[in-house]
Design a protein around this ligand. Sequence first.
Ligand code: GDP
Ligand code: MN
Length: 349
Amino acid sequence: IMNIKIDEPKVDNLRRGAENPDEYQRANATLMILSRNQDASSIILTIKQIEKHFNSKFHYPYVFLNDKEFSQRFIDRIKKHISSEAFFETIDPADWNQPDFIDKEKQIAGMQKMADENVAYAKKMSYHNMCRYYSKGFYNHPRMRQFKWYWRFEPGTQYYCDIDYDVFKFMEENNKTYGFTIGLYDIHQSVETLWPKTLEFVEMHPEFVNPNGAFSWLVNDLQNPGKAKYAHGYSTCHFWSNFEIGNMDFFRGEAYSQWIQFLDKTGGFYYERWGDAPVHSIGLSLFENRDKIHWFRDIGYTHSPYTNCPNSDKCSGCEVGKLNDDLKSENCLTNWWNLEMDQSARDMY
Ligand code: GDP
Ligand code: MN
């Protein structure tokens, strides 16, 4: 793989921007981020790269979401670095805060147990809220509802490659629902009951399961046949969600909506520390056609400590194949290739 040049996503009908940006018809899409006022500097670092490599050509609007009000200083600083419209929005506390039905004693015990096992952010309340919001809230924020497509980005992440095509139109025209760059295992202690609870839901609603879902990736782990990393049947493989490009109609649809309501009622976002990455990944793998899930092999990306670095003349600043060399045991991408891609798709990589 490392010897092959990777300059483009490997599908037909690659859609490029018009020569004259004023005449260009954008997709109904936004670059979105959840952040705090103190994240401004690290957001600017990332926005500079997104603008340079992509958005200075396409001018997609940004949405900034926050559980607190954004300061005027944050808004002024950010606006200096973007080439498009930007919306700075506050999240309704009812959508952000922990719901009343959470059993406090059970929560404290669960958080302590995870802390004892070194689960990151086990006791950080805001982190639990954040994971729940990214699992069940963001796509229904009143501002987000005006859009169909989103590209999630995070403070301090790096983008290394020129992206000279419109990624949103690429998704739309190639009939994709969700795109990712990095696939990882999760800490099994953070998602112990996520899979058993999901199976309960699926037994009640078998009609939601997509016949061409990515099931085997969820339950078979080729790299760890000893099952050391399993969480009660779930391989813990997930698309790393700090970068994702997706169609929010999927999340707003019947299957995902009913499932996420069901999951929320179990309290697992607080008794455990379910991440939005495994939640998105399981939802997509069960309820969407796996052919609609796209690996952006051409998007060079780092969220510390993991990198996707294509061997491409369009990229600079990252080390080709870095993730595979340094952190191989955390990398779940080969399971995705081996279990979910059909032969013709695999041949292209
Ligand atoms: P990690 O990548 O899992 O270590 O988590 P991060 O700290 O990067 O948080 C994920 C995303 O949620 C980032 O975009 C953060 O800026 C954002 N975030 C995390 N916690 C909060 C919070 O309490 N309030 C707001 N507004 N954003 C948050
Ligand atoms: Mn992060």
